[in-house]
Design a protein around this ligand. Structure first.
Ligand SMILES: CC(C)(COP(=O)(O)OP(=O)(O)OC[C@H]1O[C@@H](n2cnc3c(N)ncnc32)[C@H](O)[C@@H]1OP(=O)(O)O)[C@@H](O)C(=O)NCCC(=O)NCCS
Length: 178
């Protein structure tokens, strides 16, 4: 099964909101909140569709909030349509958002997850997120706690010196300059 990911924009608002209401029900964001996210200069949203699907129905989406020059970023949301779950799309979206954070030299990525969501918690743990604490009753009206999680982002490898390929560089002795 393969997935196609692309950067989302305000033109995707209606499709995202349809999935948002289906997936999050009581916790769904309003269209105004989502529009603000999609149009924010600090937002990075992706939408996913199934390659070779008969239609272009969204299979999932996810978003990162990463202010420029900040060390910290947040996974704002991630959702996979029920029919598409368990086939690697959630992990793919998360990895793409984390990679974007790495490209922006973010040091730490934070997120909040409902304490009664073991599937998402397992996904985040498997990606290296650790639990920092609990926000009691954060999700209303369901009165469910939020678990705050943090990922320490591995920095990008240093760029090779001008005129040097990465392979050449690994052949150099430490500290040598081409
Ligand atoms: C959480 C969610 C995004 C995962 O998406 P997905 O495409 O089903 O996830 P993947 O197929 O990529 O699986 C990734 C990991 O999630 C966990 N997972 C997935 N399905 C699971 C299940 N039925 N039971 C337990 N863990 C499960 C596993 O850790 C899995 O890793 P593995 O395949 O190596 O075992 C999806 O279930 C979803 O949209 N849920 C509703 C919205 C939501 O909870 N969003 C998160 C808000 S914080």
């Amino acid at each position: 099964m393969s997935w196609s990911l692309r950067r989302a924009g305000v033109a995707d608002l209606d499709a995202i909101m349809e999935l948002e209401h289906t997936v999050f029900v009581n916790d769904a964001w309003s269209a105004d909140m989502m529009r603000a996210e999609l149009s924010s200069p600090h937002g990075y949203y992706l939408v996913a569709t199934e390659v070779d699907a008969d239609d272009a129905t969204l299979a999932g989406y996810g978003g990162l909030f990463a202010p420029s020059r900040s060390d910290d970023a947040d996974i704002q949301t991630i959702a996979v349509a029920a029919h598409a779950r368990g086939r690697g799309l959630g992990r793919l979206l998360m990895q793409a958002l984390i990679e974007q954070a790495r490209q922006q030299d973010v040091a730490q990525v934070f997120l909040e997850v409902r304490a009664d969501n073991p599937v998402a918690i397992a996904l985040y743990r498997s990606l290296g997120f650790e639990e920092l604490g609990v926000r009691p009753g954060y999700y209303q009206p369901d009165d469910v706690d939020a678990i705050v999680m943090r990922l320490t982002v591995q920095p990008r490898p240093p760029m090779p010196a001008h005129g040097q390929s990465p392979l050449d560089q690994t052949d150099q002795h430490p500290g040598s300059i081409a």
